[in-house]
Ligand binder design. Sequence first.
Ligand SMILES: Nc1ncnc2c1ncn2[C@@H]1O[C@H](COP(=O)(O)OP(=O)(O)O)[C@@H](O)[C@H]1O
Ligand SMILES: [Mg+2]
Length: 340
Amino acid sequence: MIAIHNNPSEVLFHYRWIDYCEKNNIPYRLVNCYDDDIVEQLSGCSGLMWHYHQAGFKDIVMAKPLLFALEQSGLKVFPDFNTAWHFDDKVGQKYLFEALKIDLATTWVFYDKEEAIKWADRSDYPKVFKLRGGAGSQNVKLVRSVSAAHSLINQAFGKGFPAYDAWGSVKERIRKWRLGKTNAFDVLKGFVRLINTPRYAKVMGNEIDYIYFQEFIPNNDCDIRIIVIDGKAFALKRMVRENDFRASGSGDFRYEREAFDPRCVSLSFEYTHKLKAQCVAYDYVFDQDNTPRLVEISYGFANKVYDPCTGYWDEQMNWHEGPFNPYGWMVELMLKETSI
Ligand SMILES: Nc1ncnc2c1ncn2[C@@H]1O[C@H](COP(=O)(O)OP(=O)(O)O)[C@@H](O)[C@H]1O
Ligand SMILES: [Mg+2]
């Protein structure tokens, strides 16, 4: 019996898992991971599936500790430790990729202001600045000059950065409203959040005493996201925003198979073996030699965006045209592992 966290939100995976279990007569039990007696609720279950979210304030407090504790006791969990310890943590990912010899775009992280200034003074520009967490390009900025780098370094080792960029979010909501991708209420919400920041940002506190820079890979009009689950891969091309270098969160997508360089797919299969992970989304851009360069990974993704995907690859790089159900793959992964 698989346990599934009881949250029917359409931005999360649960309703898709439940639907797959219902249609395939797979027994499951709904549980509430926030309940004090959650461990007891899981008795008799072989696994727990929970799509926790980077902006879920309770999730930030306790999702990883609960899942890792359960995994240590022998319960199968989704996402497991190898899949998720680095979720929403680009600093952790830098070390992981260096240690596993996975080719991440060159990334520098400093914990000492003087070291950061020394590096900034001898660097060329632009570079990319990121916070360790955040999605949809929210905390990703272009650093155009040494003086811009200095001011970011001063802030990082001074008052720090809020995890939620309130002004950036207002601007992004207005951009989407102009393009007809969101409504006026969403814009209004952005203004309210200037005063009342989202709860998750309060939980996370300020990002402070580290600074993250990445090599800037220019001239990309899109990024390519490849998602690998249980030996199968599907893809999404995301166009960058107008007059911007950032694709994630733009809301402008392409799905045709020809949009995807097979090198990104085979690299993603290779990396997933190295990571020993259940489910990974890889974001790539292309450098001046047209080589795919990884910029970050994530286990979670916005499920509806991938519904129009036109097919998937298997590990032999065969293309399977037509609709498919990656949420079913996640459930099957749990059944496979639990039957070992
Ligand atoms: N080093 C880089 N060089 C060029 N473009 C980048 C680089 N890193 C990120 N980007 C662009 O910025 C977007 C957001 O960056 P990413 O690291 O994926 O953050 P997020 O977690 O917000 O998705 C990407 O979709 C990509 O288009
Ligand atoms: Mg990204």
